[in-house]
Write a protein that binds this ligand. Structure first.
Ligand code: C2E
Ligand code: MG
Ligand code: MG
Ligand code: MG
Length: 283
């Protein structure tokens, strides 16, 4: 019989660590088969313009694990990056996004934003592969907005800049995701071909009760506009946040306040019932 009272904090943490470790090992292993077994899904979250029109949707990956249930990409993407599974997985995402975008655009010509992993983006064959998949689904490059984090850009700035220039001249939208959380310098914005900044949701969350956070959000919006960039606020959950962002001149908003991520069928139903949309792009 276990002597509960005899356990000290150190042992508790150790045990927690071990089960976390165990889950990681298990998931890392299960990832190998998950793609073959069709356990991945894409959900989509609408992005709303300051005129209250839907202008884009962001594709967000979901893993429906047979035993563990729905697993968040923040948990399994890092594991897939460790094992190299991120490459076939990212290829699946790109193909599925284009397949869905083609159907979507028959009725709603909205831009579809897709998150790119640094490993995927920095591969020499990435640009060619992307061009092939959009051509295969007969999509204009303007149909896609590629979301990269600052992390991707600092990993290999030269390579990133070259690829981004090619992609931008081909017509793809390019956004910096989770803006403000990276450790990069702001100067890269001057010379990188980027069309939009997505302000990380941590700033939006704290904006209402922290004057410092509010000042940062205002500064990011003003700076982005100086540089002719579109600004998107992530993680908008409440009406007061939406109103504050609107009065700061933020171009677009995304968050549970407007809509949660939903599967493709539910997205189509949601768009139908909402009605107000606009052809356009995040930038
Ligand atoms: P992200 O690209 O910054 O996506 C936004 C995240 O915020 C999503 O989490 C979304 O569900 C969540 N979110 C949206 N609105 C709200 C809100 O109002 N409140 C709160 N609390 N959260 C909100 P999710 O879907 O768990 O994705 C997490 C991250 O995983 C993404 O962050 C992205 O970095 C990564 N990811 C998702 N899909 C893919 C993919 O296909 N490929 C790659 N490489 N990464 C992906
Ligand atoms: Mg994103
Ligand atoms: Mg983000
Ligand atoms: Mg994020």
């Amino acid at each position: 019989k276990a002597k509960r009272g005899g356990r000290n904090h150190f042992e508790w943490y150790l045990e927690g660590d071990q089960s976390r470790q165990h889950r990681k090992v298990q998931l890392r292993h299960d990832l190998q088969q998950a793609l073959i077994d069709g356990e991945f899904r894409l959900h989509y979250q609408p992005i709303i313009s300051h005129t209250d029109a839907v202008i884009a949707v962001e594709a967000l990956l979901r893993w429906q694990h047979p035993e563990q249930g729905m697993i968040s990409p923040s948990e399994f993407i890092p594991l897939a990056e460790e094992t190299g599974q991120i490459i076939p997985l990212s290829n699946w995402v790109l193909d599925q996004v284009c397949r869905d975008a083609r159907v979507l655009r028959q009725q709603w010509p909205l831009q579809v934003a897709v998150n790119l992993s640094p490993l995927q983006f920095l591969r020499p064959q990435f640009r060619q592969q992307l061009m092939e998949v959009v051509a295969h689904y007969e999509l204009p490059p303007q149909a896609l907005n590629l979301e990269l984090t600052e992390h991707t850009l600092v990993e290999d700035p030269e390579q990133a800049a070259t690829t981004l220039r090619e992609l931008q001249s081909a017509g793809f939208g390019i956004s910096i995701d989770d803006f403000g959380t990276g450790f990069s310098s702001l100067s890269y914005l001057k010379w990188l071909p980027v069309s939009a900044l997505k302000i990380d949701r941590s700033f939006i969350r704290d904006m209402q009760n922290s004057p410092r956070e509010l000042a940062l959000v205002r500064a990011i919006i003003d700076m982005a506009h100086e540089l002719d960039l579109t600004v998107v606020a992530e993680g908008v959950e409440r009406r007061e946040q939406a109103q504050a962002l609107q009065s700061l001149g933020c171009d677009c908003q995304q968050g549970y306040y407007y809509a949660r991520p939903k599967d493709f069928t539910a997205l189509l139903v949601w768009l139908q019932s909402r009605g107000h949309w606009r052809t356009g792009s995040m930038g």
